[in-house]
Write a protein that binds this ligand. Sequence first.
Ligand SMILES: [Zn+2]
Length: 146
Amino acid sequence: MKVWSLQCAQGHAFEGWFADEQAYQAQQAGGLLTCPMCGDAGITRLPSAPRLNLGGGRSDESPSRPRPGSLEEGVQALWEQAVEHVLAHTEDVGAAFPDEARRIHRGEAPKRAIRGQASADEVRALREDDIEVVPLPQSLPKRSLQ
Ligand SMILES: [Zn+2]
């Protein structure tokens, strides 16, 4: 089973599940592939690079580097910039993240953006308390600090 990010000519992005490459080609050639939002049949496949970094550190899925100059590389670069922006504008509180997020939410700690570690259960509990939590990739691009 393959999952691809697809986009229609109107710019709606959605996911398509296919048994294999041939199934995707056959559906598209037969006009069976349409946008769930507007019914447009002009469907194109998007690079799925950003999703590959969100898998929770499964090492058997190490993505190969995209071809230089490709659209995929552009998307990857934007994603890495976004991650770096988050790292530059948040305070690392490590394993204390769930407690600190609650203290900020209750006004017991200075209001600021923080990052750190939390289990899936802790993230769910925070969201139930209306605390905004955004997952970051487990493995960050290695960069020199110079
Ligand atoms: Zn559409």
